[in-house]
Design a protein around this ligand. Structure first.
Ligand code: ADP
Ligand code: MG
Length: 311
C-alpha cells in the first residue's frame, strides 16, 4: 500500500500545483518530489503587480545544511528591465528561480516582488505572474496545440496560433504531417531543440506574464539557432512593461542587458552593464575572455563546415 500511495500522492500534488500555477511544467519538473506543499498564510492577499521589481535581501539558502549555496545574498532587479544573472556552473543561478517560485524557502532573509514579501501573499497568484523558459522544455505526449496551450489553459485555437506566429514557429508547425494536431513528446514526433524552444516561447507568449525567466533557454542550441531564438525573444517578449531575467551561460546573449549580476560563492561578485563589467577586469571579464576563445573556435568550425559544404 505504501509503495502505491507514494506516487499517487505525488501525482495529486503535481495536479494541484499544475492547476495553481497554470501549468508551469517547466519548473515543476525540477521540483523535489517530497517537498511539503506550501500553505498560504490565513488571509494572504493576492500578488499585486506594480512593474516587476525583484529584491533578494540577505538571503541564506542551502539544499543540505553542510553545504550553503547562498550566504547573505542581496540584489535588486529593477522593474521593466532586461537583467542577466551569470556565473560559473553550479553557483546557484537556477536556485534563484526556484526560491522566487517558492519551491524552496530561504533559511534567512526575504524575497520581495514589487515590495511584497513572497511568503505573505497567495503563492498561486505569484506563480501566475512568472513565466519560465527552461533550458530543456519538456513536451507532453499530446498534439502541438495542447503543448502550447499549457501556457494558458482557456486559450482558443486562434490565440494559440497567434502565439505560435509571434514565436516564429507557426510555419514550421504547418509543414508537419498533421499540423497543429501532430503528436510530439514521448513516443511522438521528434522535433529539433530549436523548434522545441520556440514552442516554449509560444507558451510564454500565450501566458503573457509580467515577469519572465529564461533559464539558459538557448544554451543547448547551436550558435546560429541560438541567435535566431534570442532575436525572436527580444522582439516579442522583452519590453518595458515586463521584467525579463536571463540566466545565461553564454555571455554574448546578454551583452545588451540593462543590468548584469555576476554570482560567485553564494554572493554577488560584481554587477553592472557589459561595458562596466569588462572595465572592472574581474570575474565577468575572465569569463568573457574564456568564452571569446570558444566563440572564435565555434565560428571557425562553422566556417570550415560551410566551405566544406560549398564544395
Ligand atoms: P546553476 O544553475 O548556477 O548551475 P544551481 O542553482 O542549479 O546552479 O545549483 C547550485 C548548487 O546546488 C549546485 O552545486 C548544485 O549541485 C546544487 N543543487 C541544485 N539542486 C539541488 C538539489 N535539489 N539538492 C541538492 N543540491 C542541489
Ligand atoms: Mg542552472
Amino acid at each position: 500500500v505504501f509503495q502505491l500511495s507514494m506516487p499517487l500522492n505525488f501525482l495529486g500534488t503535481v495536479y494541484r500545483e499544475l492547476r495553481q500555477s497554470l501549468l508551469d511544467m517547466e519548473v515543476l519538473f525540477n521540483l523535489r518530489r517530497n517537498n511539503p506543499p506550501i500553505r498560504d498564510p490565513v488571509g494572504a492577499p493576492p500578488f499585486e503587480f506594480k512593474g516587476g521589481s525583484i529584491r533578494f535581501e540577505d538571503v541564506d539558502f542551502a539544499y543540505h545544511p553542510q553545504r550553503p549555496i547562498f550566504q547573505s545574498l542581496s540584489f535588486t532587479v529593477p522593474p521593466g528591465k532586461k537583467v542577466a544573472i551569470v556565473g560559473p556552473s553550479g553557483c546557484g543561478k537556477s536556485t534563484v528561480l526556484r526560491l522566487l517560485y517558492r519551491f524552496y524557502e530561504p533559511s534567512a532573509g526575504r524575497i520581495l516582488v514589487d515590495g511584497q514579501d513572497i511568503t505573505k501573499i497567495q503563492l498561486d497568484t505569484l506563480r501566475q505572474a512568472i513565466g519560465v523558459v527552461p533550458q530543456d522544455t519538456p513536451l507532453f505526449h499530446a498534439d502541438i496545440m495542447h503543448n502550447i496551450r499549457y501556457g494558458k489553459l482557456n486559450a482558443t485555437d486562434e490565440e494559440v496560433k497567434t502565439a505560435a506566429v509571434r514565436a516564429n514557429v507557426h510555419d514550421t508547425i504547418q509543414r508537419l504531417p498533421d499540423g497543429y494536431k501532430t503528436k510530439v513528446g514521448e513516443r511522438g514526433l521528434m522535433i529539433s531543440g530549436g523548434e522545441k524552444q520556440r514552442l516554449a516561447v509560444a507558451r510564454v507568449v500565450l501566458k503573457d506574464p509580467p515577469i519572465l525567466f529564461f533559464d539558459e533557454a538557448t544554451s543547448a542550441l547551436d550558435s546560429r539557432t541560438e541567435m535566431e531564438l534570442m532575436k525572436n525573444i527580444n522582439a516579442n517578449l522583452v519590453d518595458n512593461s515586463r521584467t525579463s531575467i536571463f540566466i545565461a551561460h553564454r555571455l554574448r546573449t546578454v551583452v545588451d542587458a540593462d543590468h548584469i549580476i555576476v554570482l560567485r560563492n553564494g554572493r554577488v561578485e560584481e554587477e553592472g552593464t557589459h561595458e562596466t563589467l569588462l572595465r572592472l577586469r574581474g570575474l565577468y571579464y575572465e569569463m568573457w575572455l574564456a568564452q571569446a576563445d570558444t566563440i572564435g573556435q565555434e565560428e571557425a568550425t562553422n566556417g570550415a563546415r560551410a566551405i566544406e559544404e560549398a564544395k
